[in-house]
Design a protein around this ligand. Structure first.
Ligand code: FPP
Length: 255
């Protein structure tokens, strides 16, 4: 039995979806089969996140560095993403999900942009949960873009160097428009961040699991959230005894 409290949920969860290739390799299948199975995990995790009441879910679907992969694998990923956006369109719109993309979206092929942009526009007023797809995304690239924008403003005289503050940078990060990530999950057994949400990670809780992304189940998401809820977030301050949670409402999630 996994207990997830209905309060004290992380508002913004980020996921580094790793392990598609190894999942396929272990079964003697192609890497593309691994990504296809990984898309099905995306479907179930998005649904579960919405039902739990998360305010934002950011999925690292394609990093800026992933462009170095073989063209056939990249092309297959775009086809899977297009299929995902087409097949989930109604589910997204009917359930008040705001679909957003972060990263260098201009670099994506037109077969993706042709379905991504209309869904982004159609869902932009939705408020139940934001689904951020990180596509051609890099944390360092995002910081550099924000820094460049501030530099331009200083050069143009519309702001002073003293106004270049952590908050000013933060306001220019598309990935943080939904707030800093509270919890970042990485599947696939590696313990690294791989250029994901770097600026926003300052006080995020990190959760690593050996489960490969295609085999990541809804129960694994609950486990990660329950682990988050058992931690004390100190934000650089001195810790205090964990508050008594006697009246805490819990959702019982039997597995
Ligand atoms: C990392 O696994 C995964 C990716 C680079 C792509 C993630 C893509 C999907 C989950 C499917 C399509 C996305 C959506 C949003 C529908 P890896 O290939 O690096 O695995 P490995 O480390 O085992 O080789």
């Amino acid at each position: 039995m996994i207990l997830v409290e209905a309060r004290n949920l992380p508002a913004h969860v980020g996921i580094i979806m790793d392990g598609n290739g190894r999942w396929a390799q272990q079964r003697g299948r192609s890497r593309v089969d691994g990504h296809r199975e990984g898309s099905n995990t995306v479907r179930r995790v998005v649904r579960a996140a919405r039902k739990l009441g998360l305010k934002a879910l950011t999925l690292y679907a394609f990093s800026e560095q992933n462009w170095a992969r073989p063209e056939t694998e990249i092309d297959a990923l775009w086809i899977l993403l297009r299929e995902f956006l087409l097949s989930e369109r109604n589910e997204i719109l009917d359930n008040g999900i705001r679909l957003n993309a972060i990263g260098n979206v201009g670099k994506l092929p037109s077969i993706v942009r042709a379905v991504l942009e209309p869904l982004r526009r159609e869902s932009e007023e939705n408020v139940s949960m934001t689904l951020n797809l990180a596509l051609s995304y890099g944390g360092r690239e995002e910081i550099a873009t924000a820094a460049k924008e501030l530099a331009k403003r200083v050069a143009a005289g519309t702001m002073t160097p003293d106004e270049v503050t952590p908050e000013a940078l933060h306001r220019l990060m598309p990935s943080l428009a939904v707030g800093d990530p509270d919890l970042v999950i990485r599947t696939g057994g590696e313990h690294r961040i791989s250029n994901f949400l770097l600026y926003g990670l300052a006080y995020a809780e990190l959760y690593f699991t050996d489960a490969l992304w295609p085999e990541f189940e809804v129960e694994d998401l609950y486990k990660a959230i329950a682990a988050y809820q058992a931690r004390e977030r100190r934000y650089g301050k001195v810790g205090k005894a964990a508050p008594v949670q006697s009246g805490a409402q819990v959702i019982r999630l039997a597995v």
